[in-house]
Design a binder for this molecule. Structure first.
Ligand code: FES
Length: 116
């Protein structure tokens, strides 16, 4: 399984989000995850997102929230889109069938690697 260097353990500390290739790698309270980096809504780069208090990855454009343990959207697009009837439910249902892809993240010798 190919590995890609993501960065050092220090660079990928708790609360960090970093893009590498097609992936966003994040550290939620010491647990690292990798998810495909294009939002299912309008393809914003999730590597520019933030981690919220619930450990979800928040899209930088319209604040959809993703559970990195499953790749599923748990809150749909905001910034006006939340007023569109059914949109939230539709995206949440969609990502049950079509979640963000996930990859394995491993730590070795002070460095963090992505395996996919
Ligand atoms: S592009 Fe991510 S919520 Fe709109």
């Amino acid at each position: 399984m190919p590995e890609q260097l993501v960065g050092t353990v220090e660079e990928l500390g708790p609360g960090s989000v970093r893009g590498i290739g097609d992936w966003a790698v994040l550290n939620v309270n010491g647990e690292r995850y990798a998810v495909s980096r294009r939002c299912r809504h309008l393809r914003a780069d999730l590597a520019n997102g933030k981690i919220d208090d619930d450990g979800c990855l928040v899209c930088p454009w319209h604040q959809s929230r993703y559970d990195p343990t499953t790749g599923r959207m748990v809150v749909g697009p905001q910034a006006g889109f939340e007023k569109v009837p059914g949109l939230d439910t539709a995206f949440i249902q969609l990502t049950k069938l079509w979640p963000l892809r996930r990859a394995e993240v491993v730590e070795r010798d002070g460095k963090v690697y992505l395996r996919n």
